[in-house]
Design a protein around this ligand. Sequence first.
Ligand SMILES: CC(C)(COP(=O)(O)OP(=O)(O)OC[C@H]1O[C@@H](n2cnc3c(N)ncnc32)[C@H](O)[C@@H]1OP(=O)(O)O)[C@@H](O)C(=O)NCCC(=O)NCCS
Length: 162
Amino acid sequence: MIRSLTPADLPAFHAVMQAAGMDPRSSWSRTTPGDLEAALFAPGAGGFVAVTGEEVSGCVGFRPDGAQTLTLNRLATVPRVRGQGVGTALVRAVEAVAAAGGFERVLLAVSRFNLGVIPFYEGLGYVRSDEPYRFAHSDSPGPAVLVKAISTPPTSPQKALT
Ligand SMILES: CC(C)(COP(=O)(O)OP(=O)(O)OC[C@H]1O[C@@H](n2cnc3c(N)ncnc32)[C@H](O)[C@@H]1OP(=O)(O)O)[C@@H](O)C(=O)NCCC(=O)NCCS
């Protein structure tokens, strides 16, 4: 089950990130619960958690960068549930937020220490871009950026046809 993040989920969200097995050189590994709270509850920002049984098994955040771009961040699933579609469901949840909010695209950054995950995102329709990532950490090497266009259905298709 995927549900919206609440402040009470922050410790579990942080624990999933720590269990993800990320390279210790990445800024991900230095993320504190305070950093998470500031980023995930910034204006327009939010997140989702995946719950498997009683356990929070996955997490993802989102944050707008202007009116057209919704950034996706902190996607992780615990190793026990990998390969079961949880990661994909979390990405789709953020894409649904983008579509509902009228954003034109979802943009995400992949750490230089985690480039092996890029095929996962490419499989979901993301493509590499050479643009910068607005929320990059200044103390880490520049990340790889991927984007996906989000199509929002016309609000009134019947009207458009008449
Ligand atoms: C990336 C991650 C979230 C994927 O989670 P998941 O729950 O395994 O995702 P899914 O089950 O939806 O996987 C969908 C597909 O992507 C593939 N995939 C998953 N991780 C992959 C990777 N690192 N490289 C290539 N393919 C990958 C899966 O094998 C699966 O393929 P299939 O549909 O052909 O079986 C998870 O591996 C993870 O937490 N990794 C560590 C944290 C991380 O790198 N986060 C991204 C930060 S940018």
